[in-house]
Design a protein around this ligand. Structure first.
Ligand SMILES: [Zn+2]
Length: 504
């Protein structure tokens, strides 16, 4: 009896969601993030199945099963369209994406008609039921294999936290650590983007910021860069354990989440306020005493959304971009509202995704107007749109800093990019590496404001983020740490741990 009922459409959509999860396992996506997409695919498939089952006497279970399966394919066909578009067949470039998509849907529609009028037997149902179970079992083994391949012991020893525990620091000013993803250095904006950012830099200097005008990032990828700066060290030990060919992110996410700076400050009585970034391990933090803007739009939901039929509607409904806009504005407003309440001691961490693409702001904070296409959405960055977005980011960050300086004048503010931009090339693989790409990707905005700075030798123009919290901790009266040599390690997404030193 059971084999007559077509349950395979549900197993197929389950497989599809879990496949995304397993396929991206190296990105350490929390399991609970897949629950919403899973519920959506199950309920939409279920609803379609229920509607069809009204006509079960006419259609029979076998046809209902196949039609439901077809419906699920139509909803979640997008990844396969990408595969089609990315095939390097010359004629593809000549066909607009829309026509290609319409053709695929027409084909599926025709298939549906054939199913309706052709005899489909119980054997079809039996076959697909078995096949879907087999697929899920296979996926489970793939998951186990990936999981066993993980380096769970990272060989990283936070002995330094112990060193800091013995002291109680005399002054506890509020600390603001603001990260603007991919914010380029002033000279890069001038030379590559033809944009004069001196107005913003002068604003910072007026507010007593030191701006390191030759600053570089230590790493070129967000998770490496932030794990390094938050732990005040290079990642050599962790990386040695992983091996240069690994793409595993879990250990880096782990030390980024449970980082030296946060753990030490919390032991000193600091409250930790975390702004949700919507990305990776800076999306949320278990040590946070307060979290600003936790949205359902996390990284996995974005991934799911972009891989379904719904993403074709993005140019109309802008769900993804509007939610990113909202996140940025809300986070800044929340920090400002909080500053005005005068609480202390506080450590505020905010990893802002803009000015990094996608382009969600024009210079007035509205959605920019541009046409999207499957190919363009995977293409390189658009410098004009980037500058527009950067102008709006400048405006909001100015507003934020004005408020901090006004209501919390003793606050220490660290403002930096995690890495630079890559406007000429994607960073997918090693073949694209060039001197100009390495230069652009490593040159970052880096500025800090420490009122009553005692040690002025730290005002180095070649400063890198790994030393920022070393400087701050020294100023706060923790046991003195020497500054590390400022080194910049370049690597790409496909070989994140194969480093080459950027020498400029
Ligand atoms: Zn980044």
């Amino acid at each position: 009896m059971l084999s007559k009922i077509p349950f395979y459409p549900f197993l197929f959509v389950t497989h599809w969601v879990f496949f995304l999860f397993v396929y991206n396992a190296h990105e350490s996506i929390p399991f609970q993030h897949i629950l919403l997409p899973w519920a959506i695919v199950l309920s939409s498939t279920g609803l379609f199945f229920l509607i069809l089952s009204i006509f079960r006497k006419k259609l029979g279970w076998a046809k209902i099963g196949l039609l439901t399966f077809l419906f699920a394919i139509v909803l979640f066909i997008k990844p396969h369209l990408y595969t089609l578009v990315e095939l390097k067949i010359p004629i593809w470039d000549k066909i607009p994406d829309r026509i290609l998509i319409v053709c695929v849907y027409l084909l599926l529609f025709l298939l549906g008609i054939i199913i309706l009028f052709k005899h489909v037997s119980e054997n079809t149902t039996r076959f697909f039921n078995l096949f879907s179970v087999a697929l899920l079992i296979l996926l489970y083994f793939q998951y186990l294999e990936k999981k066993n391949g993980n380096t769970s012991s990272i060989g990283f020893n936070l002995t330094t936290t112990k060193r800091f525990e013995k002291v109680t620091i005399p002054q506890k000013p509020n600390l603001y650590y603001l990260i603007l993803d991919s914010y380029p250095r002033e000279d890069i904006l001038r030379d590559l983007y033809q944009y004069d950012n001196s107005d913003f830099i002068h604003f910072l200097q007026d507010k007593k910021f030191f701006v390191a005008d030759s600053a570089k990032s230590n790493y070129m990828l967000t998770y490496l860069s932030l794990s390094s700066s938050l732990n005040q060290m290079y990642l050599d030990t962790v990386v040695v354990n992983l091996g240069v060919n690994s793409i595993e992110r879990a250990p880096i996410y782990d030390i980024g989440t449970n980082n030296l700076t946060v753990l030490t400050l919390k032991k000193q009585g600091y409250q930790y306020y975390h702004c949700s970034s919507g990305w990776g391990y800076t999306n949320s933090n278990p040590h946070a005493d307060k979290q600003f803007y936790s949205s359902f739009m996390n990284e996995f939901n974005e991934l799911f959304y972009k891989n379904t039929i719904f993403s074709h509607l993005e140019s109309k409904i802008n769900l993804s971009r509007v939610s990113s806009q909202h996140r940025f504005n809300r986070n800044i407003d929340s920090i400002i509202a909080n500053v005005q309440q005068n609480k202390s001691p506080l450590f505020v961490f905010a990893h802002f995704f803009p000015p990094h693409p996608p382009y969600i702001f024009d210079e007035n904070g509205n959605l920019p107007k541009f046409t999207t296409s499957l190919l363009a959405s995977k293409g390189h960055s658009n410098r004009r749109l980037f500058v527009q977005q950067l102008k709006y980011v400048n405006r909001k960050i100015k507003e934020l800093i004005e408020n901090i300086c006004k209501y919390d004048p003793q606050a220490i503010i660290l403002l930096q990019a995690d890495h630079g931009m890559n406007s000429t090339k994607q960073m997918d693989d090693e073949k694209v590496i060039s001197d100009s790409l390495m230069f652009e990707r490593s040159a970052i905005l880096l500025a800090f404001r420490i009122p009553h700075l005692k040690d002025s030798t730290v005002l180095r123009h070649h400063l890198t983020p790994v030393n920022l919290f070393r400087i701050v901790f020294n100023e706060l009266g923790f046991p003195k740490q020497e500054l590390l040599p400022d080194v910049s390690y370049f690597s790409t997404y496909d070989k994140p741990y194969r480093f080459r030193i950027v020498e400029f």
